[in-house]
Design a protein around this ligand. Structure first.
Ligand SMILES: [Zn+2]
Length: 148
């Protein structure tokens, strides 16, 4: 597939409205994301991926987990546009968020960035990207042309 593990980096003016929590364990994820590295944890016993990354496999409770690159492409499962935002995000409204099914089998929720070239609709092919705020990275998805 056309998936890569180095995500496009898009600079965003200003600071994160609600910075994600970083734990000692997930710091690896956030540090990598800053330079476009898209990865999560994979269980070395049952071989299942977990997102967000976790030090214990939620499928079989194994603690033998390893970092593994994630594919960047997937499909939009569902989405919405938020007009009445929580206070922390009020300055960014309206904005779109969605649920993405990555081709790797991981389902995640994230911000969606929009262009006039695509209509957001379930089934729309998307790719992950990194929004680089002044104080840290955030992963997001944007619609892309599907495979011909
Ligand atoms: Zn497992």
């Amino acid at each position: 597939m056309n998936s890569t593990t180095s995500l496009a980096l898009v600079s965003v003016a200003g600071k994160l409205s609600y910075p994600p929590r970083h734990s000692a364990f997930t710091q690896t994820f956030w540090n990598g994301l800053r330079s476009g590295l898209w990865q999560t944890t994979c269980c070395e016993d049952c071989l299942k991926l977990t997102f967000p990354p976790k030090p214990v496999c939620p499928h079989c409770w194994s603690t033998r987990v390893a970092w593994r690159p994630l594919g960047s492409v997937g499909t939009l499962y569902s989405w919405t546009r938020i007009h009445a935002a929580p206070a922390a995000f009020a300055g960014e409204a309206p904005y779109a968020v969605g649920i993405v099914d990555l081709d790797d089998g991981v389902r995640l929720a994230c911000r969606l960035t929009e262009t006039e070239d695509f209509v957001l609709t379930p089934g729309q092919p998307v790719e992950m990207l990194v929004l680089l705020y002044e104080d840290g990275p955030l992963f997001a998805a944007r619609p892309v042309q599907g495979p011909a």
